[in-house]
Write a protein that binds this ligand. Sequence first.
Ligand code: GLN
Ligand code: ZN
Length: 764
Amino acid sequence: MQTNILGYPRIGSNRELKKANEAYWAGKISLEKLQLTARQLRRQNWENLCNAGIDLIPSNDFSYYDQILDMCIMTGTIPARFKPLMESLVTPGSPELYFAMARGYQKNGIDATAMEMTKWFDTNYHYLVPEFDSSQQYRLLYNKCLEEFKEALALGIHTKPVLIGPVSFLLLGKIKEEGIEETVLLDQLLPVYITLLQSLQQAGATWVQLDEPTLVTDLTPAQRELFQHAYTRIREAVPALKILLTTYFGALQDNARVAVQLPVDALHIDLVRAPEQLDPILDILPEQLQLSVGVVNGRNIWKNNYELSLQLIRKAITSLGEERVLIASSCSLLHTPYDLELETDETVLTPQIKNWMAFAKQKVYEVIALRDIIAGNTALLKANQATMQEKSTAAIIHKPAVKARLAALTAADAARKNVFPIRQKAQEEILKLPLFPTTTIGSFPQTEDIRKLRADFKKGAISKDAYDTAMRSAIQDAVQLQENLRIDVLVHGEFERNDMVEYFGEQLEGFVFTKNGWVQSYGSRCVKPPVIYGDVQRTAPMTVEWSSYAQSLTDKPMKGMLTGPVTILQWSFVRDDQPRADTTLQIALAIRDEVTDLEKAGIRVIQVDEPAIREGLPLRKADWQSYLDWAVKAFRVSVSGVEDATQIHTHMCYSAFNDIISNIAAMDADVITIETSRSQMELLEVFSTFRYPYEIGPGVYDIHSPRVPNVAEMTALLEKAIQLLPARNIWVNPDCGLKTRKWPETEQALRNMVAAARNMRMAV
Ligand code: GLN
Ligand code: ZN
């Protein structure tokens, strides 16, 4: 039986690629040095996989920035605004063009904005969105894929080149001009793919992997037809090349027939996300097709449960025979950290928890182990069973009190005491806010000093007293400034927080942090998600001290600031032994305790941020509602323990709510603040159509740029807002937190914002 890995992390065991890229961009290292680092990383990966004994070793899974951007360069999918740059370059594979498309370019009289970035399916990886326009001439501009295949071959390693398949490449992109048909575009791209594949065939490639993950999403009949068309043409052009068509992140469902009928040699399916699809696929898999069963999870950091995987593999073998089954990772290992063995600090990751985990390097060995167990190695299975057994009863995971509390949740726990109109009155009386109340989203500029303070405290370089004193003084300054600016609802500034999820994870039971568990988020940006390994519990208040200190400095309402349960879940590695909904509700209960403690401490306005609710939406529309049901419930559980007069805010960024507005309303938050300034309040329209009854703060200025908008601009946006929604319900605030901004621009922008609110008060 053969083993198959779909892709491997490329950032390097110590984020070498990130460091080399950033050094190159800063002009600190030469292109040759960057390329050398890249070659070393590729070599290391190939050797790892080769030494482990993997049969189908990926190549071209390396990328300096993003694999979809690579495909844009390879196929000549260069947006028109980069044409001048292209013409001035001699080598097509030039990093100048490549990085310009990724990061924007402002030099030599050329001013081209970066390509848009968006989330890669339901992962936290971001890809660059291909742009198709009529100026493009698709041709094989640069054969990165062939070069990397040959590079591996020269090292004595025969690899399986990996490419995003033509249909997914097309569907993941954006057609920038009306009248360009998908079918026509596909016919223009196919010759490029064919030339590329022919070059691989000629160079001696046996297998090539074409990723078509869009096959697990909702497709129109016309889109489904694109697959048959594309693969028929490819098959004719490269009859000798074995094609592995991969799907991942979900089930093929209604696209299954299309997938199995394609003229390819093997189909890969994700049995971690969708084990239920094995039976229906086995039923319809044509005789000439091999099946790659993705059983080792490429999306988490947990050890594989061999028994469960073996059941699936054995079922496939029974139906197809060993020769037709490949054992594989569920998707590329890009989404897991590099190597668990680098976690050597036992005070951070205890041996017990570490023994439950597997990173990319370990997952490769799991694939091999599964093959060996099938071949008769029972010792490997026994060891794994012992670990799974120990984990299933471990006291640090399973806390009866947490489980009991979750089981005892009632509908009443997810509901405020009274409906919004009654609460609104109660809040009005106690808060006495003017019309168009002003506030900010929570964080204030994180200066070098503040970062250093936190780092020093973490290192033990300064005492708790010294840290507290410095923090309090930062809070004092922030409160003073807000008072001077005459902002109505104040914030303490979030100076104590490194990150809005990590800060809470560090204080909650059931979370653990790695030292080196980095995964690529986009380009050179990597994130180190917290790991939720067990039942979540709050042992002590997490924010009350800072918030009540801040409140003590002012008569104005001080807003308590928390991260919501869905966002905490969404930005962490989540345990795989219970439904995500249950984990989220456990977090919700912990947040609920914090919310009620804040109320007890005299905090009258509490904001629970949920920027990740939207990004958690499942890939298939049919699955949306059940997700939204528990996500909304979790939010409500976290905020419903308070009195009517306590005002609950929530905040979301990037908020296109058209298709989920009723669920946003179901959150029953007294006030929602959203990002709208860049869309010129367009995003507010859906709230208007829906007759959204709650108060709402549509962001009046973009916090992503240092630019300070003037009073008239912000007033104009507010004028627009009151066309759409009752003036009584409108708040005035920036789009999001101000942590990435500098103080002078923040102060000026807020001054203008308050002036805009004043204008509005006088006008209505
Ligand atoms: N309260 C957070 C802040 O202001 C919200 C951040 C976010 O929405 N991503 O930084
Ligand atoms: Zn935000």
